[in-house]
Design a protein around this ligand. Structure first.
Ligand code: HEC
Length: 196
């Protein structure tokens, strides 16, 4: 009886061992890079929002708009250099032409919209791809940005955006497409490229 039991136990262990070997190996470096990129994307958005909210409190949307239009790009550059990655915000309905999505980001935006329609989207959804070359690997990762109530003053409907803000937007961004959003809408993506 004891022998049979030992035999069974060893067979199970061997089997388990075999199964384990067949499993694809996890790319530990990629998993680590995904965590780092995802964290940086979240922090970048949080800090940008802190700047925006502080400015709105201090001088209202007009002052926030003046600050944000230059600060957003500047902050993205500074933050990217600090982190050794390339961070940006992109949208298919962009205000600044520097924020046009690339092919992968466009595909993710569409995918994200489909996921939202099908109700299988959550706040932890991330998209990624890897570019491998002989020299290095680059991770390109993106997280959705959803619109919230405090954004409509600058991204909402014609009625929601005050006249002085509309004027400033029109002066600074004559090709602005970033309006008519409602809370909960997909506003864009925060995109990170990093070598690993
Ligand atoms: C005070 C006005 C103002 C408010 C409030 C505001 N934005 Fe913006 N938003 C702007 C301006 C100006 C730009 C263009 C920035 C640039 O030059 O990169 C912009 C750009 C963006 C972009 C980059 C894509 C694009 O359209 O160029 C995203 C994404 C974005 N805003 C999301 C949000 C979200 C989410 C909120 C609410 C938490 C918000 N914004 C609130 C003024 C505002």
């Amino acid at each position: 009886m004891g022998r049979i039991l030992i035999l069974v136990v060893t067979s199970v262990l061997i089997l388990a061992g075999c199964v384990k070997q067949v499993e694809p190996k996890k790319d530990v470096k990629l998993e680590e890079a995904k965590l780092t990129a995802s964290k940086a994307a979240g922090e970048f958005m949080k800090e940008l929002k802190t700047i925006l909210v502080a400015e709105m409190k201090k001088g209202g949307p007009e002052s926030a708009l003046n600050v944000c239009s230059d600060t957003a790009q500047e902050f993205a550059k500074t933050y990217s250099t600090m982190k050794g990655m390339e961070l940006r915000r992109v949208s298919f309905m962009n205000r600044n032409e520097a924020n046009v999505p690339d092919d992968a980001e466009l595909m993710w935006l569409k995918e994200c919209e489909n996921m939202m329609k099908a109700d299988n989207f959550n706040k932890d959804t991330v998209f990624f791809r890897v570019e491998r070359s002989a020299k290095s690997n680059t991770l390109h990762l993106a997280k959705p940005i959803l619109l919230v109530e405090e954004c409509v003053v600058c991204h909402g409907t014609n009625e929601q955006i005050p006249g002085n803000i509309k004027k400033l937007i029109a002066e600074k961004y004559p090709n602005d497409k970033a309006v008519n959003f409602s809370p909960g809408d997909l506003r864009g993506l925060v995109s990170v490229k990093m070598k690993f």
